[in-house]
Design a binder for this molecule. Structure first.
Ligand code: AMP
Length: 457
């Protein structure tokens, strides 16, 4: 369910029985969506599409996985195609700004799919690749441009891009742009765009004061739509937290992965270095793994992503920023190897699983020091996550949400530590399914102790 705040009215939208046609989308677009396989609009689409079609500015609180791209792209395309489409060289009328190349590629893919048969042309521009092919694409003429801020400014400065015809601007994942230091660039771009009759749509998972400030200065009485985390953190996701000492996290991860080594798993680490080290560790243990982070070249990132998409890589280790824009449907498992320091990132991370009503699992490995981070996540979600100790991996200190550490009183813990052997190297062929040996009390398969309370958020 989404909540819309019009100037003086707040109302909720029922997410049943709505169709794309009832939101005001044209028959041709509705047919395209049927072909793509979208049966019903998601809550954010139900909230945003009619408002955008009306020409309103919209401030939308929604993160990845909610269907936000279609929420802005579909009505944008409809508005742009309602004016007769000019052929040949023309300056863009729709501009979508994204924080990363990966997200730009993903958004552009969606735009292309939705625009099929409309006669509208689109292109993408981002850094890290040559300017010339982008210049040529712009010269041929585009209606919708998907761009990252830095490269967009480069093109404007080199006069290879004319922004004077922009009618609709979308700031996608505005909070990420802020985190990545793009705020000055965004302000510059906003200053370059036409002011009169420009429609501005801002999508963000969170609303820091700087984002509110942009909304206040550059938007006209925006309607606000909020898809709350509880609703977008899809009900089909099962969340579990395994308490474990930092020093044992790698081994526990391998233990969990070994339970079903063919399962595509996205693992999040806090640092780039940590992502590299973990991926190397997994590779050495026979798990087909790759790391993706900001220090990797564009081609290395694309290779890792393609490998993951094709199934050649089963475990992709990523940092938060690098993972933006990873669009992989039906990802069954997301693991937080490190808890995110910003609670909202938990929502971003697990938005990768349980999409489109499919079931998914979000597993967090939480060390005793990470108790306060877990507390922040639970506060944000307004839910407690099930704490599930794994036999043989219990931490030496209890996980306490107030941040103070307490020695856990568990008989036999020291013995369990002594008995732990490194996991067996899996058989060649990358199948890491060799289970841990049953050592004393340790079962052969990952033993998830029955949680006292298991909650699904
Ligand atoms: P997004 O939040 O835009 O990243 O979208 C998440 C995923 O949901 C993408 O794979 C979209 O293709 C898909 N999607 C978006 N809207 C719908 C819909 N109404 N029905 C089914 N899938 C959708």
């Amino acid at each position: 369910m989404a909540t819309v705040t019009a100037p003086r009215a707040v109302y909720t939208i029922k997410d049943t029985l709505m169709t794309f046609a009832s939101l005001g989308l044209a028959p041709a677009l509705v047919r395209t969506l049927e072909q793509i396989g979208y049966a019903t609009p998601t809550p954010i689409q139900q909230g945003a599409i009619p408002l955008v079609l009306e020409g309103r500015d919209v401030l939308a609180g929604a993160q990845t996985g909610t269907g936000k791209t279609a929420a802005f792209a579909l009505p944008m395309l409809q508005r742009l195609s309602s004016a007769s489409v000019v052929r040949g060289a023309r300056a863009p009328r729709g501009l979508i700004l994204t924080p990363t190349r990966e997200l730009a590629i993903q958004v552009h893919e969606n735009v292309q799919a939705y625009a099929k048969g409309s006669g509208l042309a689109s292109t993408q521009i981002f850094g890290g690749v040559g300017m010339q092919p982008q210049v040529q694409a712009l010269r041929r003429g585009v209606d919708v441009l998907v761009a990252t801020p830095g490269r967009l400014i480069d093109h404007v400065e080199q006069r290879t891009l004319d922004l004077s015809k922009i009618e609709i601007l979308v700031l996608d994942e505005a909070d990420r742009m802020l985190d990545m230091g793009f705020l000055p660039a965004i302000r510059r771009i906003l200053a370059m765009l036409p002011r009169n009759n420009r429609q501005t749509l801002l999508f963000s998972a969170t609303f820091a004061p700087e984002i509110k400030d942009i909304a206040h200065k550059f938007m006209r009485e925006p309607a606000e739509i909020q898809v709350t985390p509880q609703n977008s953190v899809v009900a089909s996701i099962e969340h579990r937290v395994h308490p474990v000492d930092s020093s044992n996290k790698r081994e526990l991860l391998l233990h969990l992965i070994a339970a079903d080594s063919r399962r595509q798993t996205l693992v999040f680490t806090r640092t780039k270095h940590g992502a590299n080290r973990l991926s190397e560790y997994l590779e050495k243990a026979g798990v087909r793994s790759a790391a993706i982070h900001g220090n990797k070249s564009q081609s290395a990132r694309v290779k890792a992503l393609d490998g993951f998409k094709s199934g050649a890589v089963t475990v992709l280790v990523a940092t938060d920023i690098a993972a933006r824009g990873i669009d992989i449907d039906d990802l069954p498992l997301v693991v937080n190897f490190d808890l995110p320091t910003i609670a909202e990132d938990y929502v971003h991370r697990i938005g990768r699983t349980g999409r489109n009503g499919r079931s998914g699992e979000a597993i967090s490995l939480a060390s005793p020091e990470e108790g306060p981070l877990l507390r922040d996540i639970q506060r944000l979600l307004k839910q407690e996550l099930a704490l599930v100790p794994i036999s043989g991996f219990e931490p030496s200190q209890a996980l306490r949400l107030d941040g103070s550490l307490k020695i856990a009183r568990r008989p036999g813990h020291a013995e369990a530590q002594r008995n732990r052997r490194p996991p067996r190297k899996p058989s060649p062929g990358g199948n890491a399914s060799a289970p841990r040996q049953n050592q004393g009390h340790k079962p052969a398969h990952p033993s998830v102790s029955k949680p006292s309370q298991r909650r699904v958020v």
